[in-house]
Design a protein around this ligand. Structure first.
Ligand SMILES: [Zn+2]
Length: 220
């Protein structure tokens, strides 16, 4: 038995290495290309604004259909604000959207990991960074450069976006919210480690109007 141990170890190392190599390249097929995915979100938001379709969702049938696997067609990075649930704003169902939310849609390493996971393993190719009107997290960063507890981390993260547009004309909070969307988008583009998939992923910026229900596409 002693004689075979080293061989077993060598075999285990070779197999493990092989498996790791395979898993590194074994990406999920795209659920949907970015163009059609964006069109689907736009038509969903139009339905939401017209308030004709959302009452039928989520559905039991879709729950059963997605219970064993998921292929979300888009990834939304949005604010935790209770008025901005992406599935509702875009009139989508269970299993349609992979959503990463935090106050002020700030993205930390956990958020970046979640984004990488959804792209690599679930096939998402469109990433939407969604800011919204009267965002409380951004308003806190406009009002001060600090806050108690961990809210302070959020405020300090958003603060550079506020400073970047401090002297711009127009509404200071709206400018800061859009500037924050810019910075979050830039961070995702620079820091998400998507390897060979990076070129097939599209990151777009959006702004949700609480009053009208419309999502404005910022096209920056
Ligand atoms: Zn918010």
């Amino acid at each position: 038995m002693k004689f075979y141990c080293p061989r077993i170890i060598v075999l285990a190392v070779v197999l493990f290495g092989w498996t790791s190599y395979l898993s590194a390249d074994d990406h999920a097929a795209p659920s949907m290309q970015p163009g059609p995915a964006l069109a689907k979100l736009k038509s969903g938001n139009a339905r939401f604004v017209a308030s004709a379709a959302s009452s039928s969702k989520p559905t039991r049938a879709r729950r059963a259909e997605t219970a064993q696997s998921q292929h979300p067609f888009a990834l939304i990075v949005g604010c935790s604000d209770s008025r901005t649930p992406p599935e509702i704003l875009f009139d989508q169902n269970i299993g349609d959207l992979f959503v990463v939310r935090s106050a002020g849609e700030v993205v930390d390493n956990y958020g970046l990991g979640s984004i990488e996971y959804a792209v690599e393993h679930l096939g998402a190719r469109l990433i939407v960074v969604l800011g919204h009107e009267r965002c409380g997290a951004v308003a806190a960063a406009v009002a001060s450069d600090s806050a108690p507890g961990h809210v302070g981390n959020i405020v300090r993260t958003i603060r550079p976006a506020v400073e970047a547009v401090r002297n711009q004309p127009g509404d200071q909070l709206t400018n800061a919210i859009k500037s924050n969307v810019d910075r979050v988008t830039d961070k995702i583009r620079r820091k998400a480690e998507l390897g060979s998939l990076a070129t097939s992923v599209r990151v777009v910026e959006a702004y949700y109007d609480l009053d009208t229900g419309k999502v404005e596409w910022l096209n920056r």
